[in-house]
Design a protein around this ligand. Structure first.
Ligand code: HEC
Length: 118
Protein backbone atom coordinates (compact mmCIF):
# COMPACT_ATOMS: atom_id res chain seq x y z
CA UNK A 1 0.00 0.00 0.00
CA UNK A 2 2.84 2.36 0.84
CA UNK A 3 4.42 1.54 -2.51
CA UNK A 4 1.17 2.29 -4.35
CA UNK A 5 0.95 5.65 -2.60
CA UNK A 6 4.43 6.64 -3.70
CA UNK A 7 3.58 5.71 -7.30
CA UNK A 8 0.65 8.12 -7.15
CA UNK A 9 2.88 10.84 -5.72
CA UNK A 10 5.37 10.20 -8.54
CA UNK A 11 2.67 10.45 -11.22
CA UNK A 12 1.43 13.63 -9.57
CA UNK A 13 4.91 15.15 -9.77
CA UNK A 14 5.20 14.15 -13.42
CA UNK A 15 1.92 15.87 -14.25
CA UNK A 16 2.97 19.03 -12.41
CA UNK A 17 6.28 19.22 -14.23
CA UNK A 18 4.55 18.71 -17.59
CA UNK A 19 2.12 21.54 -17.04
CA UNK A 20 4.85 23.97 -16.01
CA UNK A 21 6.92 23.18 -19.09
CA UNK A 22 3.81 23.87 -21.21
CA UNK A 23 3.86 27.42 -19.84
CA UNK A 24 7.49 27.87 -20.91
CA UNK A 25 6.64 26.58 -24.38
CA UNK A 26 4.50 29.61 -25.12
CA UNK A 27 7.58 31.67 -25.92
CA UNK A 28 8.45 30.83 -29.50
CA UNK A 29 12.05 31.67 -30.31
CA UNK A 30 12.86 33.25 -33.67
CA UNK A 31 9.35 32.74 -35.04
CA UNK A 32 8.58 35.72 -37.31
CA UNK A 33 4.84 35.17 -36.77
CA UNK A 34 5.22 35.48 -33.03
CA UNK A 35 4.45 38.80 -31.38
CA UNK A 36 6.80 37.82 -28.56
CA UNK A 37 9.84 39.60 -29.99
CA UNK A 38 11.75 40.34 -26.81
CA UNK A 39 15.33 40.50 -25.59
CA UNK A 40 14.93 37.35 -23.50
CA UNK A 41 12.90 35.46 -26.13
CA UNK A 42 14.94 36.19 -29.25
CA UNK A 43 17.58 38.92 -29.18
CA UNK A 44 19.77 37.59 -26.39
CA UNK A 45 20.47 34.34 -28.24
CA UNK A 46 21.34 36.21 -31.46
CA UNK A 47 23.81 38.41 -29.57
CA UNK A 48 25.23 35.44 -27.68
CA UNK A 49 25.84 33.50 -30.89
CA UNK A 50 27.33 36.39 -32.87
CA UNK A 51 28.75 39.07 -30.61
CA UNK A 52 29.77 37.99 -27.12
CA UNK A 53 32.81 36.05 -28.36
CA UNK A 54 34.34 39.56 -28.41
CA UNK A 55 31.76 41.67 -26.58
CA UNK A 56 31.81 39.43 -23.51
CA UNK A 57 32.36 40.53 -19.95
CA UNK A 58 35.21 41.36 -19.92
CA UNK A 59 35.35 42.12 -23.68
CA UNK A 60 38.10 40.51 -25.78
CA UNK A 61 39.73 41.11 -29.17
CA UNK A 62 39.71 44.90 -28.56
CA UNK A 63 35.93 45.14 -28.44
CA UNK A 64 35.16 48.33 -26.50
CA UNK A 65 32.20 47.14 -24.42
CA UNK A 66 30.32 44.02 -23.26
CA UNK A 67 26.96 43.02 -24.75
CA UNK A 68 25.99 40.43 -22.17
CA UNK A 69 22.97 42.04 -20.48
CA UNK A 70 19.75 43.72 -21.55
CA UNK A 71 20.91 47.16 -20.46
CA UNK A 72 24.27 46.82 -22.24
CA UNK A 73 22.59 45.88 -25.52
CA UNK A 74 19.99 48.62 -25.13
CA UNK A 75 22.75 51.12 -24.33
CA UNK A 76 24.69 50.09 -27.44
CA UNK A 77 21.59 50.69 -29.60
CA UNK A 78 21.05 54.10 -28.00
CA UNK A 79 24.60 55.44 -27.83
CA UNK A 80 26.91 53.25 -29.93
CA UNK A 81 25.04 52.97 -33.23
CA UNK A 82 24.50 49.22 -32.96
CA UNK A 83 21.97 49.17 -35.81
CA UNK A 84 24.26 51.22 -38.04
CA UNK A 85 27.12 48.82 -37.37
CA UNK A 86 25.20 45.59 -38.02
CA UNK A 87 24.00 47.07 -41.33
CA UNK A 88 27.28 48.68 -42.36
CA UNK A 89 28.75 47.30 -45.56
CA UNK A 90 32.18 48.85 -45.01
CA UNK A 91 32.65 48.29 -41.25
CA UNK A 92 30.08 45.69 -40.18
CA UNK A 93 29.53 43.96 -36.83
CA UNK A 94 30.47 41.19 -36.56
CA UNK A 95 33.71 42.19 -38.38
CA UNK A 96 33.64 38.94 -40.38
CA UNK A 97 30.61 40.16 -42.33
CA UNK A 98 26.95 41.08 -42.05
CA UNK A 99 24.52 38.70 -40.41
CA UNK A 100 21.77 37.26 -42.67
CA UNK A 101 19.21 39.96 -43.46
CA UNK A 102 16.46 38.06 -41.60
CA UNK A 103 18.52 38.15 -38.42
CA UNK A 104 19.28 41.86 -38.79
CA UNK A 105 15.59 42.50 -39.47
CA UNK A 106 14.66 40.81 -36.17
CA UNK A 107 16.99 43.18 -34.29
CA UNK A 108 15.55 46.21 -36.16
CA UNK A 109 11.96 45.11 -35.48
CA UNK A 110 12.82 44.68 -31.81
CA UNK A 111 14.21 48.23 -31.67
CA UNK A 112 11.06 49.51 -33.43
CA UNK A 113 8.96 47.81 -30.75
CA UNK A 114 10.83 49.82 -28.10
CA UNK A 115 13.28 47.06 -27.10
CA UNK A 116 11.04 45.03 -24.75
CA UNK A 117 13.06 42.99 -22.29
CA UNK A 118 10.61 40.12 -21.83
C1 HEC B 1 35.63 39.39 -33.66
C2 HEC B 1 35.27 40.26 -32.56
C3 HEC B 1 33.93 40.99 -32.63
C4 HEC B 1 32.68 40.44 -32.82
C5 HEC B 1 32.31 38.98 -33.06
C6 HEC B 1 31.76 41.54 -32.76
N1 HEC B 1 32.43 42.72 -32.53
FE1 HEC B 1 31.59 44.57 -32.28
N2 HEC B 1 33.46 45.38 -32.12
C7 HEC B 1 34.65 44.68 -32.13
C8 HEC B 1 35.75 45.64 -32.06
C9 HEC B 1 37.23 45.27 -32.05
C10 HEC B 1 35.20 46.93 -32.02
C11 HEC B 1 35.95 48.30 -31.95
C12 HEC B 1 36.43 48.69 -33.33
C13 HEC B 1 35.32 49.15 -34.22
O1 HEC B 1 34.47 49.96 -33.80
O2 HEC B 1 35.25 48.66 -35.36
C14 HEC B 1 33.73 46.74 -32.05
C15 HEC B 1 32.83 47.77 -32.02
C16 HEC B 1 31.44 47.60 -31.99
C17 HEC B 1 30.50 48.69 -31.89
C18 HEC B 1 30.82 50.17 -31.84
C19 HEC B 1 31.18 50.56 -30.44
C20 HEC B 1 31.53 52.04 -30.33
O3 HEC B 1 31.34 52.60 -29.24
O4 HEC B 1 31.99 52.62 -31.33
C21 HEC B 1 29.25 48.13 -31.87
C22 HEC B 1 27.91 48.85 -31.76
C23 HEC B 1 29.44 46.69 -31.97
N3 HEC B 1 30.79 46.40 -32.03
C24 HEC B 1 28.43 45.79 -31.99
C25 HEC B 1 28.59 44.44 -32.25
C26 HEC B 1 27.49 43.52 -32.41
C27 HEC B 1 26.03 43.89 -32.28
C28 HEC B 1 28.03 42.30 -32.70
C29 HEC B 1 27.30 41.04 -33.04
C30 HEC B 1 26.28 41.14 -34.05
C31 HEC B 1 29.47 42.45 -32.69
N4 HEC B 1 29.76 43.76 -32.42
C32 HEC B 1 30.38 41.42 -32.92
C33 HEC B 1 34.80 43.32 -32.20
C34 HEC B 1 33.75 42.41 -32.44
Amino acid sequence: MKKLLSIFVFIGLLLTSCSSSDDGGEIIIDDPNSNELTYVGTIRSIINSNCTSCHGNPPTNNAPMPLTTYSEVRGAVETRNLLGRINSSTNPMPPTGQLPSGTRQLIEDWVDLGMPEN
